[in-house]
Write a protein that binds this ligand. Structure first.
Ligand SMILES: CC(C)(COP(=O)(O)OP(=O)(O)OC[C@H]1O[C@@H](n2cnc3c(N)ncnc32)[C@H](O)[C@@H]1OP(=O)(O)O)[C@@H](O)C(=O)NCCC(=O)NCCS
Length: 188
């Protein structure tokens, strides 16, 4: 069951201690879809999830608290990076560290010898996600014009590596707009 109200826990760190992260399974799909619909205007369908997770290199994980799914992440294993395809936390459980725990889990899967960076795209209008990723040390490395077919919206391509920004495969001269991005968001 997905709750929409804010958790009543008065001790967020104790609440997080009771949360576990595990592989996504078929049975999780109704709860995952409920969070998905509440999180995105253009949400994935069940078929989108299943088609994706049928790929050998695609992996889903869920954050579960007392048998309730409170967040999930779907990512793909590429040759030299992990690429996030979908990621959301139930609205009533945001700002409690669930997203951070899911990101930390993914970061733990990077290895110096092989996959050294995490990459993903964020909608230009998704300020909350941009602030979240910025708080996790992610960098905007490119602007993908008209990336989303539904709205023709631009995306910020973002990357993270615990091994330092010099290993970011996509690290390149920041475009003017991206340099502004940092300043604008810092001022927000
Ligand atoms: C982005 C998202 C996954 C973050 O999950 P979360 O569990 O709320 O994140 P956390 O609680 O770990 O947040 C860590 C930090 O990120 C920053 N942050 C997160 N959400 C923020 C917001 N709405 N506004 C400002 N800063 C925010 C804060 O610095 C926060 O620390 P604080 O709460 O101590 O201030 C969640 O907002 C979400 O599901 N959004 C809708 C779906 C989405 O946009 N997914 C990403 C697609 S690319």
């Amino acid at each position: 069951m997905v709750t929409t109200g804010k958790t009543t826990s008065s001790n967020p760190s104790a609440w997080l201690c009771d949360m576990q992260i595990r592989w996504m399974i078929r049975r999780d799909m109704p709860e995952v879809l409920e969070i998905e619909k509440k999180s995105f205007e253009y949400s994935w369908s069940e078929e989108d999830f299943l088609n994706c997770l049928r790929q050998r290199n695609c992996i889903g994980m869920v954050a579960e608290h007392h048998e309730q799914i409170v967040g999930y992440m779907v990512y793909e294993l590429l040759k030299d990076q992990l690429h996030i395809l979908n990621f959301a936390v139930a609205p009533g459980h945001r700002r409690q560290g669930v997203g951070t725990r899911l990101m930390d889990k993914l970061v733990g899967k990077l290895a110096m010898q092989r996959r050294q960076e995490i990459t993903f795209e964020v909608r230009e209008t998704n300020l909350a996600a941009q602030l979240f990723f910025k708080s996790r040390g992610c960098q905007a490395v490119d602007v993908l014009r008209g990336h989303y077919v539904d709205t023709d919206e631009d995306a910020y391509q973002m990357a993270y590596s615990p091994f330092g920004s010099d290993v970011l495969r996509m690290d390149r001269e920041k475009k003017n707009r991206l340099a502004d991005w940092d300043d604008d968001r810092a001022a927000a």
